[in-house]
Ligand binder design. Structure first.
Ligand code: FES
Length: 182
C-alpha cells in the first residue's frame, strides 16, 4: 500500500523528506548566490576611480536642475531661484519632519546650489522634479510617485511616507562653478 511504503522507519514520510532535502539545497544555493553577490560588490579599480566626480555647473541656469550619476546613484543639482530660497528659509523648522535649514544643506555663500541624492528615502525610487516639466509635488521641490512623498525646495520631506530629507552627499566647490562630489 502506498501510504505504508512512503513512511520511513523514523516516521518521516518520503514526501516530507523530499521537501526537506529541497529546502536544504535551496538554502545552500541561496548562500552561494549571496556570497558571490557580495564578492562582486567589492569595488574594483574602475569603480574606485569614480569615487568622486567633478561637475561643471557653469551652464546650469537659475531655476534649472541637472542629474548626474555618482557611484551608481543619481544626484540632483539644482540652481535655486531667489523665490525657492525664500520659500525654504521662510518655513518654520518646527514644521519639518527632518529639521534642517537650507543653510545646513548647502555651502556657505552658495545657498542657491542644492546638491542631493536623487533617491527617495522611503524605498529608494528616483523622485521626479529634476528634469524640465516634471511634477515637483505640493512643495515645489521633488515628488516621488512611488508612494507619494513630497519634498520642498530644499529637498526636505514635507508629506508622504519618506522618513528623512533627500540626502546631501559629501561635496565641495573646487571653483565658483566646479563642484566635486565624493
Ligand atoms: S519610494 Fe518614494 S515614496 Fe516610496
Amino acid at each position: 500500500m502506498a501510504a505504508v511504503e512512503s513512511v520511513g522507519e523514523d516516521g518521516v514520510r518520503r514526501r516530507d523528506f523530499i521537501y526537506v532535502a529541497t529546502g536544504a539545497f535551496a538554502a545552500v544555493g541561496g548562500g552561494a548566490a549571496a556570497w558571490s553577490l557580495v564578492n562582486q560588490m567589492n569595488p574594483s579599480a574602475d569603480v574606485l576611480a569614480l569615487a568622486s566626480i567633478e561637475v561643471d555647473l557653469a551652464s546650469v541656469q537659475t531655476g534649472q536642475a541637472i542629474k548626474v550619476s555618482w557611484r551608481g546613484k543619481p544626484v540632483f543639482i539644482r540652481n535655486l531661484t531667489p523665490a525657492e530660497i525664500q520659500a525654504a528659509n521662510a518655513t518654520p523648522i518646527s514644521e519639518l519632519r527632518d529639521p534642517q535649514t537650507l543653510g545646513e544643506r548647502t555651502k556657505e555663500g552658495k545657498q542657491n546650489w542644492l546638491v542631493t541624492l536623487g533617491v527617495c528615502t522611503h524605498l529608494g525610487c528616483v523622485p521626479l522634479g529634476a528634469a524640465e516639466g516634471e511634477v515637483r509635488g505640493d512643495y515645489n521641490g521633488y515628488f516621488c510617485p512611488c508612494h507619494g512623498s513630497h519634498y520642498d525646495t530644499a529637498a526636505r520631506i514635507r508629506k508622504g511616507p519618506a522618513p528623512t530629507n533627500l540626502e546631501v552627499p559629501e561635496y565641495a566647490f573646487k571653483s565658483d562653478t566646479l563642484v566635486q562630489i565624493g
